[in-house]
Design a protein around this ligand. Structure first.
Ligand SMILES: [Fe+2]
Ligand SMILES: [Fe+2]
Length: 295
């Protein structure tokens, strides 16, 4: 065989090698992947290429919306979505967060609003309340601090007054608006009281948001006790046990940063308010820190 023929055979072998070992398997993989994708239906549980498990909730052309498993029921609340997506609410919350930052307070923006709304919903939902009432608690939780856009002083009342026309515009019945603004206006420990189950859920949700992620980047952790206590909290969770009738705030605190005495120095009144709120829901308020039962 001359050199030219040998080169041709080598080239043919190389092409065959690439085709059978790389191109064909890749094509087959792509085909079966396309078949799999076209057979997907709403509610199917899938794993994404990034390795996340989820349930298909919506198809928008090529875009598939997936919920992570175990995502709480609060994620399917239409009116809460409308409130959270409202441009006025979003603008005021963003400004309220900026203004409270200027005043040296911890985070009071979207993170806090979303979290308090979700926890408030979960408290009532897990205690077996009517789902509609739980959604009202979620909405009150989302809006409870929006009044910081006006002033820190009396912000529960201004939050309620801001919420009223927005909720009315969204078509909320007057009685529901009353329950929401009553909860918002009563969320602070100085003058507030858990006047209804909705208010009780918001109080517990708001007062239990003590966490490192609330501390602002430029915070003076060494010099400010609020920043220090929040920064020390590496984990906080509100556990609701409907059978035992308990609502438990579970905290993990890094005692190298702060200690439990400092926590109670600034949060004693809040914990008392949580206790009254839990009693209003027919429950006992409990608290654990680093696995130890304190209340
Ligand atoms: Fe507040
Ligand atoms: Fe708050």
């Amino acid at each position: 065989m001359n050199t030219g023929a040998a080169q041709l055979v080598f080239l043919a072998l190389l092409v065959a090698f690439f085709y059978f070992l790389i191109v064909r398997p890749q094509r087959n993989r792509l085909r079966s992947q396309q078949q799999l994708q076209s057979s997907l239906e709403l509610g199917d549980e899938i794993m994404t290429f990034a390795g996340f498990f989820g349930t298909i909730r919506r198809f928008d052309g090529d875009v598939v919306t997936v919920d992570e498993p175990g995502r709480d029921a609060a994620s399917e609340l239409r009116l809460l979505d409308e409130v959270a997506g409202n441009k006025v609410v979003q603008t005021y919350l963003a400004l309220a967060d900026q203004f409270t930052a200027q005043l040296g307070y911890t985070e009071h923006g979207f993170r806090h609003a979303n979290l308090v709304g979700r926890i408030a919903f979960n408290i009532l939902d897990r205690l077996g309340s009517d789902r509609h009432l739980a959604e009202l608690a979620a909405i009150a939780g989302h809006l409870h601090d929006v009044g910081n856009v006006v002033s820190r002083h009396n912000h529960p009342q201004t939050s309620a007054l801001i919420a009223m026309p927005i909720l009315a515009e969204l078509g909320m019945p007057t009685e529901d608006i009353g329950l929401v603004i009553g909860a918002i206006g009563n969320h602070e420990e100085e003058l507030g009281n858990a006047v209804s189950p909705v208010a009780a859920a918001v109080v517990i949700a708001d007062k239990s948001d003590v966490h490192r992620s609330r501390v602002r980047k430029d915070a003076q952790v060494e010099f400010d006790i609020h920043d220090r206590v929040n920064f020390s909290a590496t984990h906080s969770f509100v556990r609701v046990d409907a059978d035992q009738k308990t609502v438990t705030l579970e905290l993990e605190i890094d005692t190298e940063v702060s200690d439990i005495l400092e926590y109670f120095e600034i949060f004693l009144h809040r914990m008392m308010m949580c206790r009254r709120a839990a009693e209003g829901l027919g429950c006992k308020f409990r608290m654990t820190v680093n696995g130890h039962s304190l209340l």
